[in-house]
Design a binder for this molecule. Structure first.
Ligand SMILES: Nc1ncnc2c1ncn2[C@@H]1O[C@H](COP(=O)(O)OP(=O)(O)O)[C@@H](O)[C@H]1O
Ligand SMILES: [Mg+2]
Length: 144
């Protein structure tokens, strides 16, 4: 019998810019192989990349997961801290706490979370300082 849900998990290491983007690349490949519409793949790729980079840049490490059903692409990220003190502020366009070193690499525009939210049909972020950050998003297939 065919599985009705495909699930994947990708560990993401903090500050490892050599591997940064790998998980998002794998997710994009999986969706292409699954034959999803290009509009869906584009939105998922943006979300996956920004979520992955946030773990690499801002956290001590975590993971990104993908759950694929016939109607929905669901992604979740979790990390083990340091957490986000003010989520409303973090969601503002252009807000970034990225260091000068990270900005010199071309990151830190402060558009990651706003772009994740814009591209998702469902968006939920929860964070506790000293504990970690959880992000849950999904994109409904067939709706763009
Ligand atoms: N996983 C995370 N852990 C801790 N802080 C985060 C995390 N994700 C985002 N943030 C905070 O939210 C801010 C805004 O994130 P984002 O919109 O992706 O912009 P950028 O990554 O360019 O700084 C970050 O600068 C950081 O302060
Ligand atoms: Mg970001």
């Amino acid at each position: 019998m065919l599985q009705n849900k495909l699930s994947y998990a990708f560990p993401i290491e903090a500050s490892d810019f050599t591997k940064a983007g790998d998980a998002a690349g794998k997710i994009k490949k999986i969706l292409k192989l699954a034959g999803l519409p290009a509009t869906v793949i584009r939105r998922v790729a943006i979300i996956a990349y920004e979520a992955e980079m946030n773990i690499v840049i801002h956290s001590v490490g975590g993971s990104l997961s993908l759950d694929l059903t016939s109607t929905r692409v669901e992604m979740a990220s979790q990390d083990n801290g340091p957490g986000i003190p003010d989520i409303d502020l973090a969601l503002q366009e252009g807000y970034s706490t990225a260091s000068d070193e990270v900005r010199a690499l071309g990151f830190g525009a402060g558009m990651g979370l706003p772009n994740i939210r814009r591209n998702a049909d469902h968006f939920c972020i929860q964070s506790e300082v000293g504990v970690g950050t959880n992000l849950e998003v999904w994109i409904d297939i067939g709706v763009s």
